[in-house]
Structures are given as structure tokens and as C-alpha cells.
Design a protein around this ligand. Sequence first.
Ligand code: NAD
Ligand code: UDP
Length: 393
Amino acid sequence: MASSTSRINLDGNPINPLTICMIGAGGFIGSHLCEKIMAETNHKIFAIDVYNDKIKHLLEPQQNGATSQFVDRIQFYRINIKHDSRLENLIKMADLTINLAAICTPADYNTRPLDTIYSNFIDALPVVKYCSENNKRLIHFSTCEVYGKTIGSFLPKDHPLRLDPEFYLLKEDSSPCIFGSIEKQRWSYACAKQLIERLIYAEGAENGLEFTIVRPFNWIGPRMDFIPGIDGPSEGVPRVLACFSNNLLRGEPLKLVDGGQSQRTFVYIKDAIEAVHLMIENPGRANGHIFNVGNPNNEVTVKQLAEMMTEVYSKVSGEPALDVPTIDVSSKEFYGEGYDDSDKRIPDMTIINRQLGWNPKTSLWDLLESTLTYQHKTYAEAIKQAIAKPAAS
Ligand code: NAD
Ligand code: UDP
């Protein structure tokens, strides 16, 4: 850990130790952010979540019986922010609140739209209110899904303008938010996130709230979601990295929803966490901004992602790839009624480059290699045992 006096921010000012109230600290992004803050800063964290499995290593005594070197700086609060009066006080006691709490798995958007809307809008309201009333800074996690579909997706398939960045590049300050019809309940998440963004922006404009909004573009890496039947429900459907990891670990073909033609850009979690770290320590450059955080160089179709993951997994596990590594499945069969998809997501990087000088570093191949090495080490044995066990009658 660096000493507080030796560290300076992008403007050459000393970085004073902060107390951070991190809501959703036990999730995928939260766990990496807690690790980074513990390892490289002197800041303290009130870590709020309903689970703490992914940050246990920071909270508990180490294996040799020694106390974790971080116990003085990170405290876990098992709090459901829907109904817990301790929340306001923790926000008041902190310098900065980071809100990551959300239902954010697409399989839930069309099957549990009410929970999705409540989680992403209603439950976030008190957090915004407490920050605004107590003059506390807020970093709120939104999503790239607020952009919805690209303008280009409405052009005929082979139209030349589809290749023009004006028709697909997603810019924080000028791209529209284009969602499907109401019965396409997939958009319940994006719409709730958009409304909370608008509310936070309005609190900034009318009441002076100091805020930063983060729009993650498919951050992936170790500890993302769960492997169904191992550390999550057997019937659960996580995001694509965990779905494909699960298929590879079980030796099953990877399922391509509607042919896997949608395009995504994937960024390595450790690169993305660097960006959040810069936002935390450079409030003068981050306040009042909405930031895309993604890697525009790592674009693939979902089908190409499946092919690359198959190749990488074979390399790291030493197991040969299946003869038929993928199968097509309809979105209705996979996600149910009301699913819809974002066609293409390339982040414009102008604002984050200008304000924070941040750029992602890790190629898709490299980030898949380290992530799938982790998945193999963590889950391969447990999957073997689960497969060997006869199904309970
Ligand atoms: P995650 O599901 O791993 O983490 C969310 C955490 O919030 C979980 O640990 C969950 O237990 C907690 N939480 C949810 N409701 C809560 C409540 N009522 N009270 C207390 N804790 C609660 O997801 P993640 O990938 O870490 O995402 C974090 C944030 O980033 C979310 O807001 C999500 O919408 C946003 N985001 C992430 C990505 C990505 O690429 N990972 C993409 C777009 C947006
Ligand atoms: N997907 C897929 N097979 C799976 C899981 C997801 O083809 O087993 C597709 C999904 O339809 C979407 C993309 O992969 O087009 C990314 O899905 P993810 O759940 O990661 O979230 P999104 O990027 O849509 O928010």
C-alpha cells in the first residue's frame, strides 16, 4: 500500500485518505474495486451488500491465522438497501458513495421486470437523496444498455451507412437512447437505469449534487456471476462469460442465441477498475460527467466470442475442443417471451480520454486466457464431482 503523502492525483494534488461507502461491494465489480482500494490506497471502505463471498479474503483472518492486513480499513455491513435504516448514516459518515447494487443479468429483465425496475430505479432513489441532502459525492453505476439499439440497426442489412461511425458509435453527450416497445420487457433494465441517470443529472443541475455516472461496456473477468449448479442455482442463467464458461467446463456446446450475430466489445475488469480508481481520486475531473468505460478494440460477434473462448479453454485446460463447439438456440427458448437485444456496442472514448487520460490495455485473447485459467482452476474439479454424482431422486 502506498503512503497517503507519496500519492498525488492527475493535477499534482496530494490524495487524502477517503472513507467510501460502497453499495454492492460483494458483487463482481465491487470485489475487484475493494481489492484495488485495499492494495493501492489508504482509503477506508464501508462495504454494503447482502452477500460477501467474493470479498471474504479481504475481511477474514488469513489461512496462517494472521489477521487480514486490511481489517482496519474495510468493514462489511450485511444490508439490503431496500429496507435498512443504517444506510443513511453510513452515507453521512462517508466522503464518497459508490452505488453498484442492481439486478443486472439479462435473463431477469424480461422474466422479473418488476424486480428489475425496483432494483435499478426505486432502490437507488434513497441513495441519491441521502447524497444530495448531505452534500456527499456519488459515483453511480449505470450501463451501456442505456444506449439501446444503434441508429444503424434500423437501416437495411447491407446499407453502406451502417459502416459510418455516426450510425453506431455510442457517445455519452449526443447518442440517443433507443429501446424496443413496452412488451419487449428486456428494456425494463435500460429504462430504469436511464431514469435514475436523469434523476442524478437533475439533482446535479438543481441541487448541486456532485456526481459521476459510469456506463460499463461488458466488463469481464474472474468472479463474474456464478456457475449454475456449483455456486449458483442450477436453472440460473448468468451473463455470457459465465454461460460459456459453464458449457466449456461441462464439455457441452456453447449456445448461440439467435445465431450469435450481436456484437459486443469486452474490457478486462482490471483495466476498467483503473478507470474507476481515477474517478475516485480525481473528483475535479470526474464530477458532473458520464463516462463510457469499455474497450473499443475488443469487438466481436457473440459467435466469434464463442469460437475464441473454445480455443482459449482448450489451451488452458489441455482438453480437446468439441467437434461441434456451438449450437443455435432461439432467444424465446433461451430467455423466454419479451427478450430483445442490443445489436452493437462500441464506446466512444473521447470524454474519458480527455478527462482522465484512461485507455484500456488488455486484448480479448489475453483477458480470456487469464479469466478461463481462473475458471478452470476454480471450477473444473467441482464440475467433475457434480457430473459423477447420480442425480438426487
Ligand atoms: P453483480 O450482480 O455482481 O453485483 C451487484 C451487487 O449488488 C451484488 O453483490 C448484489 O448482492 C448487490 N445488491 C443488489 N441488490 C442489493 C440490495 N438491495 N441491497 C444490497 N446489495 C444489493 O453485478 P456487477 O457486474 O458487479 O455490476 C455492478 C453494477 O455495474 C450494476 O449496477 C450493473 O448494472 C452495472 N453494470 C455492470 C456491467 C458489467 O459489465 N459487469 C455492465 C453494465 C452495467
Ligand atoms: N448470449 C448467448 N449465449 C449465452 C448467453 C448469452 O448467445 O449462453 C448472448 C446474448 O443473447 C447477448 C450476448 O450474448 O447477445 C451478451 O449477453 P450478456 O448476458 O453477457 O449481456 P448483455 O451484453 O446483453 O448485456
